[in-house]
Write a protein that binds this ligand. Structure first.
Ligand SMILES: Nc1ncnc2c1ncn2[C@@H]1O[C@H](COP(=O)(O)OP(=O)(O)OP(=O)(O)O)[C@@H](O)[C@H]1O
Length: 272
């Protein structure tokens, strides 16, 4: 059994570090609906952590708790060892947590490059006057921001579409641009909201490869939610399984695959 501060090396040679985020006894209600019921789990530095579950299981609600969009009625979120107070999403983003959205949230009329640049907003400290008159600090920031963005464009192999308005791109590429924008924030934790939803097989393979590469190359901790159990099993180090707002499984992909409660949930076996 690992301690919160332990680290270990995976079979494929990646180092998984200490616990960086801990969700403790989280309960979230919408009026009479209990979307999350007393769930606890942790996320370790450098790991790929999936949260899966059938429709309505509470995955999006959980992602929204992590990203600060929802504040749970009960339970605590610990980040880097400290209990996180109630926060707005932009404050969570400033702590190095970036996300993508299931229904792509890009500016369709803007080019790929400009969309990705919007991911740098939290790294821009020059005030509006400095920006308007292109002086000192603003200029240096713009150069640094472009450098980060160019590196990501290369990394995600989207050089050829950098000047294309996002609205003209096929779905799979839009998803890749969204990933690029989230990466532009240089997050310590990247949250992916159903990154493979609506993709064909080839697009899913591409996205899986990029998720693995991001984790490997930048050491980014990744938490993702996904409806389809198959696609995340090869990617993830550990998987939390939710069903009807409860946690019914948590462990390595193999442990989860062999968990009877998980098998039942996915086969639609009735509840008591
Ligand atoms: N804003 C909301 N207001 C009221 N009920 C909500 C709200 N958001 C989610 N719920 C309810 O909470 C439960 C969990 O929903 P959630 O969207 O988190 O599940 P999910 O696992 O992400 O589902 P899906 O895979 O279909 O996206 C559902 O019963 C849902 O109807």
């Amino acid at each position: 059994m690992l301690d919160a501060s332990d680290s270990y090396v995976t079979e494929d040679g990646r180092t998984i570090g200490a616990v960086v985020m801990e969700m403790k006894n989280i309960t979230l209600r919408f009026g009479g609906v209990v979307a999350i019921k007393d769930i606890s789990f942790d996320i370790r530095e450098g790991e790929i952590r999936a949260i899966i579950g059938p429709n309505g299981a509470g995955k999006s609600s959980m992602l929204n708790v992590i990203s600060g969009f929802y504040n749970p009625q009960e339970g605590q979120v610990f980040y880097k060892g400290k209990q996180r107070p109630q926060m707005r999403p932009y404050q969570v983003a400033r702590q190095g947590i970036a996300r993508t959205f299931q229904n792509i949230a890009l500016f369709e009329g803007m080019t790929v490059l400009d969309n990705i640049m919007t991911g740098r907003l939290h790294h821009t400290k020059a005030n509006i006057w400095q920006q308007a008159f292109w002086k000192g600090k603003a200029e240096a920031e713009e150069v640094a921001n472009r450098e980060v963005v160019e590196k990501i464009i290369d990394f995600l192999e989207i050089q050829s579409i950098r000047k294309t308005p996002v609205g003209r791109l096929p779905y799979g590429l839009k998803k890749r641009v969204e990933l690029a924008r989230a990466l532009a924030a240089e997050p310590s934790i990247l949250l992916l909201d159903e990154p493979m939803a609506g993709m064909n097989v080839e697009e899913k393979e591409d996205m899986s490869r990029f998720i693995l590469d991001v984790n490997d190359e930048f050491g980014t901790t990744i938490a993702l939610i996904e409806h389809d159990m198959g696609v995340v099993m090869d990617l993830s180090d550990r998987v939390v399984v939710m069903d009807y707002g409860q946690k019914i499984g948590d462990g390595t992909p193999d442990e989860v695959r062999n968990n009877q409660a998980v098998i039942d949930a996915y086969l639609g076996v009735a509840h008591d």
